[in-house]
Write a protein that binds this ligand. Structure first.
Ligand code: C2E
Ligand code: SIN
Ligand code: SIN
Ligand code: FE
Ligand code: FE
Length: 650
């Protein structure tokens, strides 16, 4: 096996790289880096300059000594000239001048020697400089070669001069020496001058270097500063201005307004957070608005699922009310994306949790729960992996629980839960209203259905049975077959709720027809066939009443009442509608109604056995009935038989 990075190491390296990349995009990093480089440049430049200037302090000493060489060579020439020019006549003066000249000459030669030697050794002792410490010097190429040339000129000059002075230095031949000095002095002076000039230009060169260095550093610093200003403008000032104007727009009520995110730095992050805030505010307003306009709990839950889907993983929403004993939660209503769902009206416990939570609960892994009757276990059995529960305690006497579930594990973060906790109040008020309204609708519907029943003493449990058959068929159609996508649990509920109102129009039929023990004659039959239109008319009046209040409630009820005697082949009444033109709810109710009428005793007929009724459904499939609906009834027959046996005609 070749030795390579383990995946973890590669991953770790990559994530460190990614984190570093993210860090470089922050203003903190960019401004910090720019300021750091600027600081290094400037302090570096200052330190370098100070160091160089400190070194240059010695340059003055060196120049001074080079100057002394010039002065000395010059002095020797002058003194020699003077010596030759005014040779005094009287002995006394001659002797004095001789000693003076000779003494000067010796001092000058010694000084010149010492300076040249110091230069050549690159070490100037305190004797020369008057400083405590010796000065060490460095020479550039030009100074070095000039120094050796000047030293050579000096040594030749010195040797030539001493030759003229003669063997006996107590009786030096000063005249010869003076003549030699006068003759060769200019050469030495020139060599001394050249050395001084070489030193000077070396030092000027160094100063020019320092100056150039400082200029380059200042130029770099200026460019860096410009970059910094641009950085601050483009990454800070401008995005900030845009974000501020975005804030202002949202503050003026343009909720949901999104500011363009141009940078990945702190401002970009702030803008993103702001955009999310704006989006949430917008969704919340829209949600409250939609719930206020909506008139059913189903609408409210659907809106909650739709609007929250922007911020939360939501595959299922359920609303629970507390059971009478306060220990369990009853599923009042649910909204889901899949076909299967929990049983509405079912009682659930919250395993391992206090039965009446006061704060949101986050269940990261529903798979841990398996108790029978436990909500988390039930959700897990239906394919959900995580859930969050939000207690709604708005109304004093009723406690509710809003549950969100997701098919992915660990879907809900503390931020999600916090968000839900914050919007709980809004939801409570909005839901309270629809719950109240639904209770009102249920009461009204039951009242109307009872009214219909009261005119028809023989029907017994007909309304309950046919409503259950209709709901069972609708549920089956929602799970299999070509109408699957058209039917959700809300539709099933409406069919169940409104099926009992199919014959409400019989209130308008005279007793002698309605209660006739035998077969109806043709005229009575025509009269009887008015009951769907009468029922639709009654319900349309109810609907326009509630429309006036801003709600729509009886739409499906009207369809059912008006069309439950239409036939799939167009041979029914009152309008002779055909196939898909007949509302699906009415096609469902037709099968449920006839099956129950056949298997029940009527004033005009005996109850049929189930087999015979089923045979008639098959026979009429495609004629009287929608074949899809008959097939669904067949598939759901075991459940229908439970209803039949439980509520069989007395
Ligand atoms: P219903 O008694 O609730 O019957 C509903 C529907 O079930 C009927 O609609 C019919 O399609 C079917 N149905 C009921 N009994 C039989 C039956 O013995 N054989 C067959 N093949 N189908 C049956 P329909 O016929 O439009 O009748 C509507 C309503 O009119 C009935 O409601 C009932 O209240 C009344 N009605 C119908 N025929 C008679 C009758 O001969 N005598 C009396 N007194 N009432 C009748
Ligand atoms: C149901 O969905 O009908 C009941 C929930 C369960 O316990 O699985
Ligand atoms: C429902 O409420 O969804 C239908 C009732 C039932 O099937 O018993
Ligand atoms: Fe009818
Ligand atoms: Fe009926």
């Amino acid at each position: 096996m070749p030795e390579t990075d383990t995946p973890q190491e590669t991953l770790a390296t990559r994530s460190v790289g990614r984190r570093f990349f993210a860090w470089t995009r922050t203003i903190r990093a960019q401004v910090g880096l720019a300021l750091g480089v600027l600081f290094l440049l400037l302090t570096g430049s200052v330190a370098y300059t100070l160091y160089q200037l400190d070194l240059r302090k010695h340059d003055y000493e060196i120049l001074n000594l080079a100057g002394q060489l010039r002065v000395t060579s010059h002095a020797m020439s002058n003194q020699a000239q003077n010596y030759l020019k005014d040779t005094p006549t009287d002995y006394q003066a001659y002797y004095r001048d001789l000693r003076l000249f000779y003494g000067d000459l010796q001092r000058n030669v010694a000084l010149y020697d010492k300076i040249i030697k110091g230069f050549e050794d690159r070490r100037l002792d305190s004797e020369l400089t008057g400083k405590h410490d010796p000065i060490y010097c460095t020479w550039d190429e030009r100074s070095k070669s000039q120094l050796s040339r000047t030293a050579l000129v000096w040594r030749n000059f010195r040797a030539g001069m001493f030759k003229q002075l003669g063997e006996d230095l107590d009786q030096p031949r000063l005249n010869y020496a003076a003549e030699y000095i006068v003759a060769h002095g200019p050469e030495l002076t020139e060599a001394s001058n050249k050395l001084a000039t070489a030193f000077q230009s070396m030092m000027e060169g160094k100063l020019a270097m320092i100056s150039l260095f400082n200029r380059v550093v200042l130029g770099l610093a200026a460019v860096l500063m410009l970059g910094l200003v641009a950085l601050i403008y483009f990454n800070l000032v401008r995005p900030l201005r845009q974000t501020v104007s975005g804030f202002a727009r949202v503050a003026r009520g343009d909720f949901g307004h999104q500011v363009e995110v141009r940078t990945g730095n702190e401002i970009g992050q702030m803008t993103q957070a702001f955009n999310q805030l704006s989006k949430r505010i917008h969704a919340l307003f829209r949600l409250t608005d939609r719930i206020n306009q909506g008139n059913t709990l189903d609408d409210s839950l659907r809106f909650a699922a739709e609007e929250f889907r922007g911020f939360l993983p939501v595959d299922w929403v359920g609303l629970f009310f507390q059971s009478a004993d306060g220990e369990r939660w009853v599923l009042e209503r649910q909204h889901d994306t899949g076909p299967k769902s929990l049983r509405e009206g079912g009682h659930f416990t919250l395993a391992g949790k206090q039965p009446q939570p006061t704060a949101p609960l986050n269940i990261a892994d529903l798979g841990q729960y398996s108790d029978d009757g436990d909500l988390f276990a039930a959700l897990h059995r239906h394919g959900f992996a995580s859930a969050t529960l939000l207690p709604l305690t708005g109304s004093a006497d009723s406690r509710a629980l809003l549950a969100f579930a997701s098919r992915q594990p660990n879907s809900y973060t503390p931020e999600h839960v916090e968000f839900l906790a914050n919007v709980a109040g809004q939801l409570t008020h909005a839901l309270d209203k629809t719950v109240f309204l639904e209770n009102l609708v249920v009461a009204a519907v039951q009242g109307l259905a009872k009214l219909a029943e009261s005119r028809d003493p023989e029907t017994g449990d007909h309304l309950l049975r046919m409503a259950l058959y209709a709901a069972i068929v609708a549920e089956e159609l929602g799970e299999n077959g070509q109408y699957r996508d058209r039917i959700d649990s809300a539709y099933v509920r409406e069919v169940f709720q409104f099926a009992p109102m199919h014959d409400i129009g019989k209130v308008g039929i005279a007793d002698h027809i309605l209660l006739k023990p035998g077969r109806l004659d043709d005229e009575q039959r025509r009269d009887m066939e008015r009951h769907p239109s009468i029922g639709a008319e009654v319900l349309r009046r109810c609907e326009s009443q509630v429309n006036g209040l801003g709600y729509s409630i009886f739409q499906v009820a009207i369809e059912i009442a008006e069309c439950h005697h239409e036939k799939f082949n167009g041979g029914g009444y009152p309008r002779g509608l055909q196939g898909e033109d007949i509302p699906l709810s009415a096609r469902i109710v037709a099968v449920a109604d006839v099956f129950d009428a056949l298997t029940s005793k009527r004033p005009y007929k005996e109850a049929w056995p189930v087999e015979r009724a089923l045979a008639l459904l098959d026979e009429e499939s495609g004629n009287h009935f929608d074949p899809e609906v008959v097939a669904a009834f067949r598939r759901a027959l075991p459940r229908a038989m439970e209803v039949y046996n439980r509520h069989k005609h007395v």
